[in-house]
Ligand binder design. Structure first.
Ligand code: PMP
Length: 524
């Protein structure tokens, strides 16, 4: 040990010497947290940080919220058993009552809940088994860019997997539209592709057991599903008796500005996968589903750690606090303000290729401003918004529209007009309209480092690891939100200046290297 090594330096050195090469956050956030309250984390070196990671979205109320601590203490002091497999307890009874109170009305009246092993991925596994048992079918429909966890079945329906039984369908993505058109038209084409895969007897896709989707893709780069597209997925699956599974592991408990993200669209899924915030920061995962799907035999899904009483108590307190204090509405308001300010910032910094999100799930896609855009289609039809999706007008269908009230083009546009029209319509730079710039994971990593230097913890993710993600707690104050913006703007200026000096920042995709560890995403 070096003579001058401090205690935190020693801890970090031992961590890198003893822990797995597969570790993730620890590589890019060299912090040794010793105390935390609300949005603030204090490191062993005495430095304080504003935490926009929130335990990968698990801390809806921030760190050590008094109602959560009180709930945990009450159980500890009561002498109740802390581990009970799946036996009934008063603590669990209270949790289920509170959980069912929050469910979308279409599900609340006739729901069942399965307690799972304490990770989101285990609840995803349970959901897949549930719909396979209920339908007698095996295949699954899943989406490009999806992330559902790290166990085998979850990986199969996530977008990183190779050898899969899942059929991959296009998820609408305004900035990197798979069809090159973006906006409502991109979402419409995605929906039509889904329909044709299901209805074409020669598509090679047999009738599936279910469709699993995230209402806002988190690890995939913060991509909100357009409400009309989600309603269309509901219609397509309902018409064909395919159970719809909403993975709300990350989007749930007020995060996106509604208690559950599916509520923005009014869609009632058949199955909901819930984890992260439902345990108040402690490990807890469940599947909630329509009771008529409950035909799997006893033991189909089991696990030793399904009875974490402290997590259930912390979760009950969190769910109730979010509900009683209107924190979903608060997330919507603060999130809209943050998005607006970040979009203004994007006017200044061309390396901010796209700013998007819903509620307090926000992403900034970092790009190489000097990179080449794919050719613009110039297809006037591509920018029309006077058509419908599943009977809904699509004014609210793109990843931006319907989320914060900004609009894409109205009526047809010519290639040379797109920029102005999109700018006039409130999309910074009309960037999506001109096609996306190459992702710049090096700039995203540099931004994360510069933020850390300024006392701000942010997350990285996205398909190309080029998206800087913000997941502040729903309790974030206006002052804290301003501080986040100040630090981020400052960090962005430093990154842009570094890039301009060409200090080893990514310039072309061929020169980009993935962040340490290869993939910055897939960590939560
Ligand atoms: N689903 C989604 C949407 C997620 O974001 C995550 C984690 N980031 C998971 C599932 C997996 O949860 P866990 O890491 O607890 O297994």
């Amino acid at each position: 040990m070096a003579v001058t090594e401090s205690v935190p330096e020693g801890i970090l050195r031992r961590q890198s010497a003893r822990e797995s090469a597969a570790r993730t956050y620890a590589r890019v956030l060299p912090i040794v947290p010793v105390r935390a309250r609300g949005m603030t984390i204090e490191g062993a070196d005495g430095r304080r940080y504003l935490d926009c990671l929130s335990g990968a979205g698990a801390l809806a109320l921030g760190h050590n919220h008094p109602v959560v601590l009180q709930a945990v203490r009450t159980v500890l002091d009561s002498g109740a058993p802390l581990q009970v497999l799946d036996l009934a307890t008063p603590v669990k009874d209270a949790f289920v009552t509170e959980l069912f109170r929050t469910l979308p009305p279409g599900l609340a009246g006739h729901a069942r809940v399965q307690f799972c092993g304490p990770a989101g991925t285990d609840a995803v596994e349970a959901a897949l088994k549930l719909v396979r048992a209920a339908t007698g079918r095996t295949g699954m429909l899943a989406f490009t860019g999806a992330y559902h966890g790290m166990t085998a079945g979850s990986l199969e329906v996530s977008s990183g997997a190779g050898d899969v039984r899942a059929t991959r369908l296009p998820y609408p993505n305004d900035y990197r539209c798979p069809f090159g058109v973006g906006g409502g038209h991109g979402a419409e084409l995605a929906a039509r592709w889904t329909e044709s895969v299901l209805d074409d007897p020669k598509s090679g896709v047999r009738s599936p057991a279910g469709m699993i989707l995230e209402p806002v893709q988190g690890e995939g780069g913060v991509i909100p599903a357009p409400d009309a597209w989600l309603r269309r997925m509901r219609q397509i699956t309902a018409d064909r008796s395919i159970p719809l599974i909403a993975d709300e592991v990350q989007t749930g408990v007020g995060r996106t500005g509604a208690f559950w993200a599916v509520q923005h669209s009014g869609v009632t899924p058949d199955v909901m996968v819930l984890s992260k915030a439902i345990g108040g920061g402690l490990p807890l995962a469940v599947v909630v589903y329509r009771e008529d799907l409950d035909v799997w035999p006893p033991g189909t899904h089991a696990g030793t750690f399904r009875g974490n009483q402290l997590a259930m108590a912390a979760g009950t307190a969190t769910l109730a606090f979010v509900r009683e204090n209107g924190l979903a509405e608060r997330a919507a308001a603060v999130g809209a303000r943050l998005l607006g300010s970040l979009r203004s910032l994007a006017e200044e910094f061309p390396c901010m290729g796209d700013v998007r999100g819903r509620g307090l799930m926000i992403g900034v896609e970092m790009v190489d401003p000097e990179g080449e855009r794919p050719g613009h289609t110039g297809n006037a039809e591509a920018h029309r918004t006077d058509w419908t999706v599943g009977g809904d007008r699509v004014d609210g269908i793109d990843g931006v529209d319907g989320v914060d009230g900004t609009h894409l083009t109205r009526g047809a546009c010519q290639p040379h007009e797109c920029e102005e029209i999109h700018e006039a319509d409130g999309i910074p730079g009309g960037r999506g309209a001109r096609g996306p710039l190459p992702a710049a994971p090096e700039l995203a990593l540099a931004l994360q480092r510069e933020c850390l230097r300024r006392g701000l913890i942010v997350e990285l993710g996205g398909r190309h690891a080029g998206v800087v993600r913000l997941l502040p707690p729903l309790t974030v104050t206006d002052e804290q939100a301003s501080a986040v913006l100040d630090r981020l703007a400052d960090a962005m200026a430093a990154v842009a200046a570094g890039a301009a000096r060409g200090t080893g920042r990514a310039r072309r995709p061929s020169e980009q290297v993935p962040p340490q560890g290869g993939r910055a995403e897939r960590t939560g």
